[in-house]
Design a protein around this ligand. Sequence first.
Ligand SMILES: Cc1cc2nc3c(=O)[nH]c(=O)nc-3n(C[C@H](O)[C@H](O)[C@H](O)COP(=O)(O)OP(=O)(O)OC[C@H]3O[C@@H](n4cnc5c(N)ncnc54)[C@H](O)[C@@H]3O)c2cc1C
Length: 388
Amino acid sequence: MRIFDQLAARRPWAEDERLVLDQLQRLADEVIAPAAADHDRTGDFPWPSIEALNALGMNAMFVPEAYGGAPMSYRLYLECVAVISEACASTGIIYATNFHGMKPLIDFGTEEQKQRLLPCIAEGGLASLAITEEHAGSDATGMRTRFTPDGEDIVVDGAKIFISSGDVADRLLLFGKWSEIDDARAAISALVLEKGTPGFEVVRLESKLGHKASSTAALRFDGCRVPRANLLGAPGDGLSILLSSLNKSRPSVACHALGITRAAFRDMVAYMNERSQSGRKIVEFQGNQFMLADLATDLAMLEAWIDYVAALVDGGSDDFGLEASMAKLRASDLAMRMTTEAVQMHGGYGYCNDYRVERLMRDAKITQIWEGTNQVHRQLIGRSFHDK
Ligand SMILES: Cc1cc2nc3c(=O)[nH]c(=O)nc-3n(C[C@H](O)[C@H](O)[C@H](O)COP(=O)(O)OP(=O)(O)OC[C@H]3O[C@@H](n4cnc5c(N)ncnc54)[C@H](O)[C@@H]3O)c2cc1C
């Protein structure tokens, strides 16, 4: 691991950022990682891990000070997602989903909305981002959830599926179509739905291949009355809010995949240095060394790319959509390759759940599917070269 220790030591962090990372790493090692296999086995929501993160004030990192937060750089936030996800991918995505759900409110909400809705999140509340519907996955413009204005309220009718933390969230950032606008794209609007709103129902929790401790909920909204004061922007602003928010959540899911990748690489290298066959450690076989060389190089490049994208965001750029797509695409493909090779290098033991690599491989798969499938990201990147 020498090269990665060297790269990690050379990454520049301010003193207060190092302090956060050191404290978080300790918590990841002592609380989150030791509980991960159990949470995976039982499927129980990892409350102790979430509570430990809240005791460190991790949500406050991305909430502005005026609303109870203690904001730090986006780059630090991304690294925190990777550290938590390396310890437990389920806990990592629950933490990151708080950011994904609340960032649109931070970026597009009014002063009054932020004063009212954000302090609960800064204190450790959970958030969800609810876009996907049964008939509207990759093409979100096909969503059918309806927002009908009625006096001081908006009446929400419809359903969402696959919503991370949808059953436990204190705040849901919900997308739907404004009933008075006919155009499929122009009608998309966004509002914040608060926990306990009558008419909101959790229909079921999905049983999944991986991320078993992160809940994935199907939700129904039946005449759900949300104060009009919770609408983000104007009716019809939803699509631009959605696209802008995804640009910041995609590097975040890339870092979640990066955490899984780091865990798999670490476990694979350790095992290859331990296991012997034909009188030699399996790391001594040249074919295996070539595989390690390729994966290690891709991992190092990915880490550098993520720092590059983070610097764009921290520098105030608002034009980094393709860079974000590249990060998501490369990180998730690498997570799948790395975890698959890690299982392979563990031989039959890798297929059994005594070793963590089996869970890592199951956890890696969804990273190629959510936040825009990798086909969609290839399309976004590829079509940017089409001269019109
Ligand atoms: C565990 C989990 C957690 C999730 N969390 C959330 C969440 O918190 N919030 C939320 O809103 N959603 C969430 N999702 C939903 C996720 O983002 C969608 O599943 C994803 O966007 C794909 O949509 P779909 O499943 O409807 O697949 P589809 O869009 O039906 O795609 C099916 C296949 O067709 C391919 N395809 C589709 N369109 C194209 C195209 N134009 N070109 C080429 N290929 C294409 C896809 O790549 C895919 O391989 C979650 C899903 C899961 C499983």
